[in-house]
Design a binder for this molecule. Structure first.
Ligand code: NAD
Length: 272
């Protein structure tokens, strides 16, 4: 993890799905920048509390609280924001990270698995962005902590542009995020709200453990990555904390691909 330099001091960040994986790395990176962190979990309270303990031991500025919330449920998302405001006074950064895969060939995909992935990966991001915007506007500018009224970061995927057979629900959810993010940028940029996405490539977490935990799976992944390295959650944490800070103030309405070059079609390296 990078050395802290307090670029988020005095700010509060909600990171959804941050009891493990990419969300955990984002929460820790933002805490090291001095932010208060809301660790949202869906199923593992114990893991979320471990992340909070790590933050209280390692960050000398920010504090952390743990909040249970299913991001696909509006009342639970509202409650998460309410608890955050009660504890820390406001929200400055919302990282809508929670996501899941339920994979099937399209012709075998049960409607409930299509619906669940859209509910969490797309509707959940809409609900979090909506509550964040409401809170940013209620609170008003705080020039002493940030040049922006608030920052929203959607955790997308390279599959917002790369089709992926057997994962139509997932690709549709991430493709939908492009228009959600860009529309928020257009609609709320005049309020000085910045909205961007991060699109990870192959990052070692539970979501793809079945692939990277075998040699065959790792070799298959590396064929897709020009940089010949599988990513780790900290690769995303460092980019997210920079994207939330004023150092990236003029970045708005963009997806930042953090993928070792996966979107550069490595299959064409020796042919085509
Ligand atoms: P992960 O499975 O480790 O983490 C996903 C997190 O989301 C978990 O903490 C899970 O409990 C939480 N979650 C699931 N449903 C939820 C709900 N309804 N409400 C609240 N939380 C919920 O996987 P990850 O790789 O850390 O994924 C994080 C994000 O990054 C996802 O949006 C995923 O699509 C995206 N992503 C990951 C990769 C990768 O290679 N790991 C690549 C591209 C995009």
């Amino acid at each position: 993890m990078q050395k802290p330099n307090k670029r988020l001091e005095g700010q509060t960040c909600i990171v959804t799905g941050s009891s493990d994986g990419i969300g955990e790395a984002v929460a820790k990176a933002m805490a090291m920048e001095g932010a208060n962190i809301v660790i949202n979990y869906h199923s593992s309270k114990e893991e979320a509390e471990e992340v909070a303990d790590w933050i209280s031991k390692n960050s000398d500025a920010g504090n952390a609280i743990v909040v249970k919330c299913d991001v696909s449920k509006e009342d639970e998302v509202k409650n998460m924001f309410k608890k955050t405001v009660t504890e820390f006074g406001t929200v400055d950064v919302c990282v809508a990270n929670a996501g899941l895969q339920l994979d099937h060939p399209l012709h075998e995909m049960p409607l409930k698995d299509w619906q669940r992935v859209i509910d969490v990966n797309l509707t959940g991001q809409f609900l979090c962005a909506k509550e964040a915007i409401i809170e940013f506007k209620r609170r008003g500018m705080r020039p002493e902590v940030s040049k922006s009224l608030g920052k929203i970061i959607h955790m997308s995927s390279v599959h917002e542009v790369i089709p992926w057979a057997g994962h139509a629900n997932y690709t549709a959810s991430k493709g939908g995020l492009v228009m959600l993010m860009q529309t928020i940028c257009q609609e709320y940029g005049p309020d000085r709200i910045r909205c961007n996405s991060i699109a990870p490539g192959a990052i070692k977490t539970d979501i793809n453990k079945d692939v990277w935990s075998t040699q065959e799976g790792r070799d298959g992944m590396l064929k897709l990555i020009p940089y010949k390295q599988i990513g780790v959650p900290d690769d995303i944490g460092s980019v997210a904390s920079w994207l939330a800070s004023d150092e990236s103030e003029y970045i708005n309405g963009t997806t930042i691909f953090v993928d070792g070059g996966m979107t550069c079609y490595p299959g064409f390296t020796a042919n085509g």
